[in-house]
Design a protein around this ligand. Structure first.
Ligand SMILES: N[C@@H](CCC(=O)N[C@@H](CS)C(=O)NCC(=O)O)C(=O)O
Length: 72
């Protein structure tokens, strides 16, 4: 089975909320990883050095790091 895209998210972030809602309504499956903003995981920062959530990381290494792009 192919690895799911990973969504780095923060529960109360409005940008992450709109990304999660768009993904849920599209039926796209992702692995959700909640982060603590003051202690971001190194693998998230390696994929997206700007350090904001949401970030969507695909199995092929592709990265979307703007909530608008994830929605689109
Ligand atoms: N333009 C970005 C904005 C994302 C953003 O600012 N997220 C905030 C949380 S709501 C963040 O990650 N801030 C980094 C931090 O607090 O360290 C988007 O739409 O995805």
């Amino acid at each position: 089975m192919a690895a799911l895209p990973i969504l780095y998210s923060f529960r109360r972030c409005p940008y992450a909320m709109r990304a999660r809602l768009a993904l849920a309504s599209s039926g796209e499956q992702v692995e959700l990883r909640e982060v603590v903003l003051r202690d971001k995981p190194a693998e998230m920062l390696a994929a997206s050095p700007k350090g904001t959530v949401p970030v969507l990381v695909f199995a092929d290494g592709g990265v979307l790091e703007e909530s608008r792009d994830i929605m689109d």
